[in-house]
Structure formats: structure tokens, C-alpha cells
Design a protein around this ligand. Structure first.
Ligand SMILES: NC(=O)c1ccc[n+]([C@@H]2O[C@H](COP(=O)([O-])OP(=O)(O)OC[C@H]3O[C@@H](n4cnc5c(N)ncnc54)[C@H](O)[C@@H]3O)[C@@H](O)[C@H]2O)c1
Ligand SMILES: O=c1ccn([C@@H]2O[C@H](COP(=O)(O)OP(=O)(O)O[C@H]3O[C@H](CO)[C@@H](O)[C@H](O)[C@H]3O)[C@@H](O)[C@H]2O)c(=O)[nH]1
Length: 333
């Protein structure tokens, strides 16, 4: 019998790329997504069942467990706008921390003990040292990061209490899109750097604002570790296999180990698109650390996972193809 996996938030950006990979491996996938930010069209495999609904809807989650007898849950569903989490923290604690408790209670009731969780490098806050290893102190500096860290703690406690085995995958900056251009990144509003730089090229926005030029980095702009969304997807498949085989809970960084500045992203976009990017230099964005770079070696030793693409141009190229593809970077067009 194929594995039966519940993927929450599977109609979103990272979730939809992961769903495609998992379905292509012959796993039965049921997506639970309320479509607040997700897109029905991002589910392209006919074998995948999409259920529109909320992770906190106990009756619906119970019904799904009754019907599909899930062997594992992959949990992407969350809100992820750092700025909004500062002005409306309860929205984040409710959706990212409280609602998943309903899911975990249902898993406990049904004896489902495998959970793969979308955590984030935002749980580290401003790191003491670079590259960031998993034992770096976790001191998030905004409610979004805290809402995610709390769920990491919940998972550890459920592990001790009833044998839940979890993989906390701490993503760095997800980027890129599927190689065939069929699915991609479509957030509304879009706040992420690479799509915004591309929007400045296509004229969808007048210019891209560079948030801060006085950081303690080689060129003064913020440095991040951009990881291809299809590389992230592979890590989920490996984490599921590890846990299904009886492997222990783990917490791993998912990044390339390469730091790229905002200016370098703009240069890569200019090289790939052949267009000058209209840029405006502005002040720092509140709550942005100067640099976040992963040490991804633990993911390699525990899961055998390593980023296939490490050159940021390999992330910008598919994002540009998606922005120019039949959907022009938007599912609803
Ligand atoms: N994008 C990144 O760079 C990044 C980095 C680190 C961590 N993450 C985490 O990865 C996950 C996926 O991120 P993404 O960029 O794909 O975001 P996304 O917004 O594209 O996807 C999240 C999906 O979850 C759904 N959702 C939200 N709350 C829900 C709920 N209560 N019930 C059902 N569905 C719900 C949304 O409709 C959306 O489809 C999130 O948990 C995010 O915090 C993202
Ligand atoms: O218009 C923009 C947008 C971003 N930036 C800068 O670009 C870098 C990357 O920013 P962004 O793409 O917004 O990603 P992050 O703020 O690093 O956050 C993302 O990556 C985190 C992990 O690093 C996740 O937890 C978050 O959910 C996700 O939004 C940062 O230095 C920003 O200051 C700009 O200069 N101008």
C-alpha cells in the first residue's frame, strides 16, 4: 500500500513544489489548504486530492484521518509576513502555533507519529556566529519567528510524551521555481527580494527598494542564503523516508552555505534578463539581521541532503522563466 500523506499548505509556494515531487514518487497525497494564500492551480497532479479547509477545523481534520489513515503529516500551512506578525501577533500565534495543536491532537488520537515541519532560520534571530549551526541559540526577534519556535518545542514535547517523531526543517530563503515553468512563486502581496526585483524589470512595480546600505557586509547590503525550492522539496522526501524507516527526530538547516547580498541579486537579475533594474536605495527594514547563512552539513550527515544548486543565477533563471511564462508569474491571470 502506498504511503498516505497529509500535506497542509500544499497549495502554497514551497508546498506545491514538494507535493509534485512526493506525488511523482508514487505517494498518495492529500493537501489541506484554506487557499488564503495558496492557489488551486498550483496542484497539477491528478493523483493529488485538494481539500479546501483549515488546519484548525477539528471535524474536517478528523474526517480526513478517518478516511485516509495518514502515515505522516507534512506541515507547511502558516502565515509568513514578518512585518504583519509585529502589528498583529495574535493572528500569527493563532495560525502558526495554536491551530497546529488540533492537527497534533488528531495525530495522537489516530496513532500517526511522523511530522515534517516547515521551520525557519528566523528562529535564530540575530545570530552570534556565521555560518549558523543548529546549536546556535534560538532567539527570534519577531512574533513570526517565535510562533515557529514554539511549535518546534511542542513537537519535542510530543516526542517525549507519545513518541511523535518530527523533522524540523529550518529553511533559509526559498527561491526559484519548477524547472518546467508550470508552477512558481505567487504571493500576494509579494515581499520577497527576487520576485520583487523581477517585478521591477517587467514594470509591475516602478523600482525595487534596497533596504539598507550600511550593513556589516562586504557591499553594505543584506546577505541571505537563497535555496532553490526544488532542493527544499527533496529534503522533505528524504525526511519522510528517514522517519518512516524509524529514524529519530531531527532539526536541520536547509540552505546552500553561500551568502548572497541584495546588490549581487540585482546584478544576477541584470545579467539574466539583460535589463537594467530600476533601484531606489532606502533605509533598513525593521527586524532584518545583516546576514543569515546556513551551515548545511547536518542535513547532509543525517539525511544525505545537499543543495544541488548553489549559484544564485540558478534560482533567478527559473524565477524569470516563471515571470515570463504563460501565467506571467500569477496563477489567476
Ligand atoms: N518562503 C520562505 O522563504 C520561507 C522560509 C522559511 C520558512 N518558510 C515557511 O515555509 C512554509 C511555506 O512557505 P511559503 O513561502 O510556501 O508560503 P505560502 O503562503 O505560499 O504557503 C502557505 C500555505 O498555507 C496555507 N495556509 C495558511 N494557514 C493555513 C491554515 N490555517 N489552514 C490551511 N491552510 C493554511 C496558505 O493558503 C498557503 O497556501 C511556511 O510555514 C513558512 O513559514 C518559508
Ligand atoms: O524589496 C525588498 C525585499 C527584500 N530586501 C532585502 O532582501 C533580503 C531578503 O529579504 P526577503 O526576500 O524579504 O526574505 P527574508 O526577510 O530574509 O525572509 C524570508 O526568509 C525567511 C528565512 O530567511 C523566512 O522565515 C521568511 O518567511 C521569508 O520571508 C533582506 O536583506 C531584505 O532586507 C530588499 O532590500 N528589498
Amino acid at each position: 500500500m502506498p504511503e498516505s500523506i497529509l500535506v497542509t499548505g500544499g497549495a502554497g509556494y514551497i508546498g506545491s513544489h514538494t507535493v509534485r515531487l512526493l506525488a511523482s514518487q508514487g505517494r498518495k497525497i492529500v493537501v489541506l489548504d484554506n487557499l488564503v494564500y495558496g492557489h488551486e492551480q498550483a496542484i497539477v497532479d491528478e493523483s493529488v486530492t485538494l481539500m479546501k479547509g483549515d488546519v484548525g477545523d477539528r471535524a474536517l481534520v478528523e474526517r480526513l484521518f478517518e478516511e485516509y489513515r495518514f502515515t505522516a503529516v507534512v506541515h507547511f500551512a502558516a502565515y509568513a509576513y514578518v512585518g504583519e506578525s509585529v502589528t498583529d501577533p495574535l493572528k500569527y500565534y493563532r495560525n502558526n502555533t495554536a491551530e497546529p495543536l488540533v492537527l497534533l491532537e488528531t495525530m495522537q488520537k489516530h496513532g500517526c507519529k511522523v511530522f515534517v515541519f516547515s521551520s525557519t532560520c528566523a528562529t535564530y534571530g540575530v545570530p552570534d556566529s556565521i555560518p549558523i549551526v543548529e546549536t546556535n541559540p534560538q532567539r527570534p526577534i519577531n512574533p513570526y519567528g517565535r510562533s515557529k519556535l514554539m511549535l518546534e518545542w511542542v513537537l519535542a514535547d510530543c516526542g517525549h510524551a507519545w513518541g511523535l517523531r518530527s523533522a524540523c526543517l529550518r529553511y533559509f530563503n526559498a527561491s526559484g521555481s519548477s524547472a518546467d515553468g508550470l508552477i512558481g512563486e505567487d504571493h500576494d502581496p509579494e515581499t520577497h527580494l527576487i520576485p520583487r526585483v523581477l517585478m521591477a524589470v517587467t514594470g509591475e512595480i516602478e523600482y525595487v527598494e534596497v533596504f539598507g546600505t550600511d550593513y556589516d557586509t562586504p557591499d553594505g547590503t543584506g546577505v541571505r542564503d537563497y535555496i532553490h525550492v526544488e532542493d527544499l522539496a527533496e529534503a522533505h522526501a528524504l525526511a519522510l523516508d528517514h522517519l518512516a524507516a524509524g529514524g529519530e527526530s531531527l532539526k536541520v538547516n536547509l540552505g546552500t552555505g553561500v551568502g548572497v547580498s541584495v546588490k549581487e541579486i540585482i546584478e544576477a537579475v541584470e545579467e539574466i534578463t539583460g535589463n537594467k533594474v530600476p533601484v531606489k536605495y532606502g533605509p533598513r527594514r525593521a527586524g532584518d539581521p545583516d546576514k543569515l547563512i546556513a551551515d548545511p552539513s547536518q542535513a547532509k550527515s543525517l539525511l544525505g541532503w545537499e543543495a544541488r544548486r548553489k549559484d544564485v543565477r540558478d534560482m533567478v533563471r527559473p524565477a524569470w522563466a516563471w515571470a515570463n511564462g504563460p501565467r506571467k508569474g500569477r496563477y489567476d491571470h
